[in-house]
Design a protein around this ligand. Structure first.
Ligand SMILES: NC(=O)C1=CN([C@@H]2O[C@H](COP(=O)(O)OP(=O)(O)OC[C@H]3O[C@@H](n4cnc5c(N)ncnc54)[C@H](OP(=O)(O)O)[C@@H]3O)[C@@H](O)[C@H]2O)C=CC1
Ligand SMILES: O=C(O)C1=N[C@H](C(=O)O)C[C@H](O)C1
Length: 248
């Protein structure tokens, strides 16, 4: 028995790679590949059991509302997650018992480990900054991965009773110290030629620690997407982060 899978955002950078990955998986069947102009009814018409959502922060909510209402499980890579959006999604899933959604800020194993290592290091260093670097066609900044990394670092520091970090910078151009994500400065670089990269910089007396991850090709996201597709059908409700499906 194969699992019937659809990809929404099928012509995009990651979506087109996901289409190929699903087609190549013997236990999965690609039953629909939707672009911006497609009718969401194609999902139900094709009998999709799982939809992989890889579109744009402006599109993702409408697509997920439709999927939840129709009992279609979703694996979501699209960024733009706020507490308000998560609450809305949880409401749609609550009204559709048995339906599961995985939101993964990053599907690559290296990025998931980067977040875990950063969380682990967070309480040992006074200073921490996140630098994310992406291709220049990216829709948003900071990246979903950098935002999640900073949130995890901040939570680890709060749990250890560490104060929010501060420095004596009082003069300069707005933005020079990056965006403030839960007290952690996050800097975003956009450069033609890059794909997706992140450095987490830690500093304390006489030493620094740099955790760096580089995504060099969209293929690095595929094992995570396929794992999500296979696991989400047996995981009702919202799961946030691929680490929940990994044995780390
Ligand atoms: N979690 C992860 O590991 C990863 C997440 N991402 C995220 O995935 C998202 C897509 O990234 P990327 O592929 O680079 O972006 P692209 O712009 O290359 O692709 C997005 C695609 O979605 C299409 N699209 C937009 N709205 C809709 C809609 N309502 N229905 C169907 N299709 C739609 C676009 O069509 P059109 O071109 O006509 O606008 C486009 O083909 C981003 O949020 C990105 O941050 C990316 C890589 C990894
Ligand atoms: O837009 C991208 O390319 C990526 N988006 C995700 C993010 O914002 O974190 C994941 C990865 O960084 C690639």
């Amino acid at each position: 028995m194969t699992l019937r899978v659809a990809v929404i955002g099928a012509r995009g950078r990651i979506g087109s790679e996901a289409v190929r990955a699903v087609e190549a998986a013997p236990d999965l069947e690609l039953v629909a590949a939707l672009g911006r102009d497609s009718d969401l009814g194609e999902l139900t018409g094709a009998g999709a059991e799982v939809a992989v959502e890889l579109t744009h922060p402006d599109s993702v909510m409408r697509n997920l509302e439709f999927c939840a209402a129709n009992g279609i499980h979703t694996v979501v890579g699209t960024t733009g997650w706020t507490p308000e959006r998560i609450e809305l999604l949880e409401g749609w899933l609550a009204a559709s018992p048995g339906t599961g959604t995985l939101i993964a800020p990053n599907f690559s194993i290296g990025a998931v480990l980067t977040m875990q290592f950063a969380q682990q290091a967070a309480k040992y260093f006074e200073s921490v900054e996140v630098v994310e670097l992406h291709h220049n066609r990216k829709a948003d900044a900071p990246s979903g991965t950098a935002t999640r990394t900073a949130q995890l670092i901040a939570a680890a520091r709060d749990a250890a009773g560490l104060p929010r970090q501060s420095d004596p910078t009082t003069h300069g151009l707005p933005g020079a110290r990056g965006a403030d994500v839960d007290g952690v400065p996050v800097h975003a670089v956009r450069l033609r030629g890059l794909l997706a990269h992140q450095e987490v910089l830690f500093g304390d007396t006489g030493e620094t620690l740099t955790i760096r991850h580089d995504s060099l090709h969209h293929s690095c996201f595929m094992p995570g997407i396929l794992l999500g597709v296979r696991r989400v059908t047996e995981t009702p409700g919202l799961t946030f982060g691929l680490e929940n499906f990994l044995d780390l």
